[in-house]
Design a protein around this ligand. Structure first.
Ligand SMILES: NC(=O)c1ccc[n+]([C@@H]2O[C@H](COP(=O)([O-])OP(=O)(O)OC[C@H]3O[C@@H](n4cnc5c(N)ncnc54)[C@H](O)[C@@H]3O)[C@@H](O)[C@H]2O)c1
Length: 251
């Protein structure tokens, strides 16, 4: 798919971090960008910066997603909205994992991705093909290396991201007839507000644990990988790690 004025993109979590970097990358090639996020201030500021549009949307709410996507006709759907809370299966004081917290994590990371991907795909499927292959659009979802090596305290996060990974191939198969490709990126450790919440010392030691290059990833590196996925028409149904060879230790 060639990215440009005729490939509108919807990007969830687009107000921050990996989603924001992807928005800047695609907008730089002239793609009209629609940012969906909870964060109004950052979303509106980025929309102004890149000449895009922002609609405050809670991705866990299918009706809000439908209202935001009404009449948009996206060719590109990027799902980056996510949260990474930590809690153990049984806490130090003996209490079982809070079920509401587990459910909320699954709602945002899995159901939010499902709502936006399925509703975007329905719109793409109704559009005319863009090329002789019959391409109508492409979807890129965001999992995490925690889908494969969830750490201590990551049962909710690991489960939600594992499900996004497991959804990738069946979604690609479902949408093949409509000319829509579906792939997932599983990032390692990237320097975003999600990570910048940690003390600098913790960030440095996480970066040093990456085999090569021994640093946190730059959100621009995530964005250029999304871009490659969009542009390479043979990439379909895969989850791709982008992680400097890190394999997460138990803690
Ligand atoms: N940063 C990393 O190292 C890393 C590693 C692996 C996976 N990821 C994943 O990448 C994605 C982006 O993470 P990031 O690091 O850019 O984080 P971030 O916190 O900078 O951005 C996440 C965005 O999602 C939005 N969001 C949260 N809940 C939402 C909801 N219900 N509806 C709409 N928007 C919502 C937030 O407002 C925020 O703008 C997440 O899915 C995260 O799990 C990040």
């Amino acid at each position: 798919m060639k990215i440009g004025a005729d490939t509108p993109a919807v990007i969830t979590g687009g107000a921050s971090g990996l989603g924001a970097a992807t928005a800047r990358n695609l907008a730089a090639s002239g793609a009209p960008v629609l940012l969906l996020d909870l964060n109004v201030e950052a979303g509106e500021a980025l929309a102004t910066e890149i000449g895009g549009t922002f609609i405050q949307t809670d991705v866990t709410d299918g009706d809000q997603v439908a209202a935001a996507l009404k009449g948009q006709a996206p060719r590109i759907c990027i799902c980056c909205a996510g949260v990474a809370p930590g809690a153990r299966t049984v806490s130090r004081d003996g209490a079982p994992h809070d079920a509401a917290m587990f459910e909320r994590t699954v709602q945002i990371n899995l159901m939010g991705t499902f709502h936006v991907a399925a509703q975007s795909a329905a719109q793409m499927a109704a559009l005319p093909p863009l090329d002789s292959d019959g391409t109508r659009g492409a979807i890129v979802m965001t999992a995490s290396v925690a889908a494969f090596e969830g750490q201590i305290g990551q049962i909710a996060y690991g489960a939600s991201k594992g499900a996004v990974t497991a959804m990738t191939l069946p979604m690609a198969r479902d949408l093949a007839k409509s000319g829509i490709r579906v792939n997932t990126l599983a990032p390692g450790l990237f320097k975003t507000p999600m990570m910048e919440g940690l003390p600098q010392e913790a960030q440095d030691s996480l970066g040093a644990a990456v085999p090569f290059p021994a640093r946190l990833g730059d959100p621009g590196e995530f964005a250029s990988m999304v871009r490659h996925i969009l542009e390479n028409d043979m990439l379909n149904g895969s989850t791709i790690r982008l992680d400097g060879a890190i394999r997460l230790a138990p803690r």
